[in-house]
Design a protein around this ligand. Sequence first.
Ligand code: SF4
Length: 351
Amino acid sequence: MTDPIQFDDWYDKFNRFSGDLYPGRYTRDFVRDLVEQGREVAALAKQKDSVIVAHNYQYPELQEAAVEVGDSLGLSQFVGRQSKPRVDFCGVWFMGETAKTIVGDRARVYMPAQPGCSLVQSIDHARIESWRRQNPDGLIISYVNTDARTKAMSDYVCTSRNAAQVVRHAADHNPGKRMLFLPDKYLGAVSLAQSKVDADLVDLYDGGCHVHAKIGESALDEAYERHPEAELLIHPECGCASTCLAKIMNHESEFSRAFYLSTEQMIHHAAASEAREFIVGTEMGMLYRLRKDVPHKIFHPVHPEAMCEYMKENDLAKLLYSLRHDEIEVLIDEPTRRKAQAAIDRMLTIQ
Ligand code: SF4
């Protein structure tokens, strides 16, 4: 975090690296307000001994206010290694829950707002319970980007990166048992194909993310047409990246210049690559950090609509309010937290 925050620095960075992503947002007056808020946020975080973290899809000013920017599980593991008594987590609600699951009683976790997530909202807990009743010996595998209750109902949790590995592991250690994979149907289908597990034994939940649906199946092909020399960088954090993910995993020939990378790997790859242009196959918030850290390269969003409105419910004014008033705390009852933690721990031993 820059201390003290300088108006010229923020005004320049926000417009240079994200002016096209958020047209009209970073006027001089607005940035002046942001700088005031940012300074107060920094002072209050120090006073309250809080660690502020922000997801890659957050607005630039929240990324600047945070001490760590990253993906959902990475941020939760980061706060798990901190000793501060308070965490201010800028992301959607299930991400705050994952952080709380990992830190337990050691820290209080606050959020600037309570943003939902269409992928999580596509989960019906009653359906999972019904599946469990019909398959008492069955295994439930859920994506780490789910609410704490779903994790607590699961035998295994997986990330988009290790989903196939977890499915394979679960099948090998529980031969012949039925499995339910949820909630992202695209991730489920790809993982099933990759793991080569008997498809007749796996039920795929039919959930999905609205950002993915909004950008459409052809967004990636159209982006390649517009930028034929570009490499594709994909950070498969959310359901919004499902199409790109499926095409890469299925090795479609036109996607041979596609790279499936973590946040840090993306930055290193873009800096070292001979390519000058990159299509970023995920929510557009990711571009701010890439453009800032690798300023001599060109980054295009996969689609101008690749924005998650839930993520953008957080803003600096709400973070400031939260630090002043401590209103939105993430709380999980202990039995649910312990079960969710067990499912996460099981995944971490498989990686
Ligand atoms: S991009 Fe999709 S999966 Fe990610 S937080 Fe937004 S709605 Fe949820």
